[in-house]
Design a protein around this ligand. Sequence first.
Ligand SMILES: *[C@@H]1O[C@H](CO)[C@@H](O)[C@H](O)[C@H]1NC(C)=O
Ligand SMILES: *[C@@H]1O[C@H](CO)[C@@H](O)[C@H](O)[C@H]1NC(C)=O
Length: 215
Amino acid sequence: MKVSIALLMLCCLSLTDGQTEVQEENCKLNIWNEVRDVRDMVVELRVKLDMVMNDNSRLNERMKVSETQLEELKRENAEQTKVAFSADLGIRGHLGPQTNAITLAFNNVLTNIGNNYNPETGLFTAPVKGVYYFRFTICGIQINKSTGANLYKNGKNIVSVGQWLHHDQHRYASNGAVLQLEVGDVVCMKLLPGYTIYDSKDNLSTFSGFLIYPI
Ligand SMILES: *[C@@H]1O[C@H](CO)[C@@H](O)[C@H](O)[C@H]1NC(C)=O
Ligand SMILES: *[C@@H]1O[C@H](CO)[C@@H](O)[C@H](O)[C@H]1NC(C)=O
């Protein structure tokens, strides 16, 4: 645009000596047309620029909101109680069968984040209200005996597992449950009368649990 105006002006300048007035008028008209076009374009560009700037400030607003949300999520995540444990029974050989049910103290702790599992007593105590997952694997090798164990919540049997051993090879039984717990609820594993459990340095009989999410 600038170039064409410059060219037109040059043309008009060169016309001044010895050209007719009509030609001069035509040339001026062309310049004005060009100037008007330039003005229109400037107006159009200004409108577009306004739009772009509006969009930009809206995006900035949204980015600020997202950043705030991200910070909140980070803080929530950092504040959230972390709960996870895994423990192996820690004995070398058999336990049971006995005449009374006993709470199994899995004392070879592999992980105990939050220290909510007590390896001395075998009791897990929920630190927050939430949804938790527990699972266990029980090994047995005593011939003509039952192996198995039961998961208890506040003294109430929740899930069980057991099998009869026809021969003296390692046999495994496992079960698990998602439980909704209140603060202070107690979860543990029990060996019922008549059942046996076996463990070795290979950590064959284990009990694990973790908080899926607090509620
Ligand atoms: C296991 O039980 C079977 C069948 O009752 C019997 O024949 C076998 O002798 C028993 N084995 C042992 C080691 O007690
Ligand atoms: C059993 O658990 C202990 C941790 O107490 C670990 O050091 C060891 O390597 C484990 N044994 C096997 C066979 O995984």
